[in-house]
Design a binder for this molecule. Structure first.
Ligand code: INI
Length: 156
């Protein structure tokens, strides 16, 4: 089977930044709660979690890049809710946010996790904030912890 390298779900002594959009805050506040719950339950200390608020999901990538560049955090978790509604604005916001979040991670080498809900309807967004479906923020927290530890485990 060869050598298996994987990341444990242990957030002890790790530092995290959450970048959260105020737009659709009735959804994002639940996602942030999910992130903090996921990090805390896996050993992260309250003082090791910093939360930065930005106006909308379009503003998330630059804020993630700056947080990652600061060197203070082991991972950055982006949290937003982009809901289609009646406008094509949705496509631009959602795709620029996704591209920018990926770029922030690749450019800095710091894991930047996409905890942004994209949904066709408000109802779908509510489901993904932890009603019918698991809270996407909680899942993003676990992804962050696993990814940090997976990258730490890569042999020199
Ligand atoms: N921002 C969101 O976070 N979600 C949305 O659904 C959304 N829609 O649909 O418009 C949205 N727009 C605002 C955008 O993120 C920027 O804040 C704005 O365009 C200014 O740059």
């Amino acid at each position: 089977m060869g050598q298996v390298i994987e990341g444990k779900l242990d957030a002890t002594s790790l530092k995290f930044a959450i970048v959260v959009s105020r737009y659709n805050s009735f959804i994002t506040k639940h996602l942030v709660e999910g992130v903090i719950d996921g990090l805390s339950r896996h050993g992260a200390a309250d003082e090791d979690i910093a939360t930065l608020y930005v106006p909308g999901s379009f503003e998330i990538p630059l804020a993630c890049l700056k947080m990652a560049q600061s060197g203070r955090y082991h991972a950055v978790i982006a949290v937003g809710a982009v809901i289609r509604g009646a406008t094509s604005h949705f496509e631009f916001v959602a795709s620029e946010c996704a591209k920018g979040v990926a770029q922030a991670g690749l450019q800095t080498g710091v894991p930047v996790i996409f905890g942004v809900v994209t949904a066709e309807t408000i109802e779908q967004a509510i489901e993904r904030a932890g009603t019918k479906l698991p809270n996407r923020g909680f899942e993003a927290a676990l992804t962050a912890i696993e990814q940090v530890n997976a990258l730490k485990s890569i042999p020199d």
